[in-house]
Design a protein around this ligand. Sequence first.
Ligand code: GDP
Ligand code: MG
Length: 307
Amino acid sequence: MGFLQRLKDGLKKTKAGFVNKVSNIFTGRTNIDDELFEELEEVLIQADVGVKTTFTLIEKLKEDVEKEEITEPEELMKYFQKELKSLLQNDEGGFNFENDLNIIMVVGVNGAGKTTTIAKIAGRHKEEGKKVMLAAGDTFRAGAIEQLQIWGDRLGVNVISQQEGSDAAAVAYDAVQSARAKGVDLLIVDTAGRLHTQTNLMEELKKVKRVIDREAEAIKAGVEVLLVLDATTGQNAISQAKLFNDAVDVDGVALTKLDGTAKGGIVIAVKNELQIPIKLIGVGEAAEDLQNFDPEEFIEALFSNEE
Ligand SMILES: Nc1nc2c(ncn2[C@@H]2O[C@H](COP(=O)(O)OP(=O)(O)O)[C@@H](O)[C@H]2O)c(=O)[nH]1
Ligand SMILES: [Mg+2]
């Protein structure tokens, strides 16, 4: 299956639950009236686009109607897609590594998809011929260390770990040293995501980040923080993102499980309410289902008439 087909398949639920409703609003009437905008507003909010972003979109559409003298609802739908695309612009999908050693610190709550996303990123870069290393920084659960180790074995990638309960910042420190010594191109650091002790978690993550930043600066390694968000958690994902961003300055988001929700509008909310670029989207469990985010392709896949 090709890349675009995977994207389309992964967005099926959103297409059925959101895009088709939007289409019906534009095709099922002859006039552009207040009712059209009210219905659209409702559908957008239901699809997790977020209140603020929904209002922005509606305002822009009303401006388009005036400026372009649009009278046909169906024509306005083209402007709707155009405005969606422009709201998602400036997102550079994927990674742009510029240093000899590049470090990605991966954060997010338990179950968001951190470990699987790490494995997918690692696998992809290994295939491209890069030397990849993983660090088992979720020291809170023995299961998490083991899970990463299994992925490492499967992918043929080194995993730096210590035992359960050890200091995550110490694991990160070891990993950066080892990565440098072994000439690694990409080091990906897993972290804990337990939420019942939120303050402790954020303090721990800050410490890990401080250590990574300090060690990276000394050897001119690149560092970025990737926040993994589960698209099926809707507006919750947005509040989580604010917490993580306050603690560790998030550079990019990986939005997983888009295949599991009809509310793909969350993509637009993440971009606009958080102002954090979406780098990756997950549209399924297979490695190929983690894709670099491309707004153009995303909108095409959503609105295309073909299955
Ligand atoms: N359907 C679907 N499942 C995903 C996706 N990404 C991750 N998962 C699943 O989400 C579950 C939790 O993932 P895990 O990586 O262990 O989360 P962590 O606790 O954040 O490390 C696993 O069963 C993954 O297979 C995705 O894009 N689509
Ligand atoms: Mg994990």
